[in-house]
Write a protein that binds this ligand. Structure first.
Ligand SMILES: [Cu+2]
Length: 127
């Protein structure tokens, strides 16, 4: 009688350990795409390389609005421009949020900028 309960408990314990380790394993291997973070008035890094077909996630780490479009700042002058092969980007981040842009289906170099903050440029290299 006690033996049966003991075996049952052992099996239950074993199952729990297996399930728990599976969960940890899954979490560690979930494929996350490329990300670029944004602070108050700039991209945290100014360029990123993504693979063809990938989306790029922009993460707004601060309670500041950013409006990201195709183009670049030349000094204090915004220069809207959508390169051939670039996905059309027009995304508003309202602060402490994130959203993907893309997909980037064509290899090349593309410029993105924030229409609010002069000098806030991002270069996306697609390979
Ligand atoms: Cu901005």
């Amino acid at each position: 009688m006690y033996k049966k309960i003991l075996v049952g408990l052992l099996l239950f314990g074993l199952l729990t350990v297996i399930l728990a380790s599976c969960a940890i394993y899954d979490e560690a291997t979930v494929a996350t795409g490329p990300e670029v973070h944004m602070s108050g008035a700039s991209f945290v890094k100014s360029s990123i390389t993504v693979k063809k077909g990938e989306m790029l996630t922009l993460v707004d780490d601060v309670p500041v609005q950013h409006i990201i479009k195709n183009g670049t700042w030349n000094g204090n002058t915004p220069q809207p421009k959508t390169e051939r092969g670039a996905p059309t980007v027009d995304v508003t981040y309202n602060g402490n949020d994130s959203a993907p842009i893309g997909p980037f289906n064509t290899a090349g170099t593309y410029q993105l900028y924030c229409t609010i903050h002069p000098g806030m440029n991002l270069t996306v290299n697609v390979q």
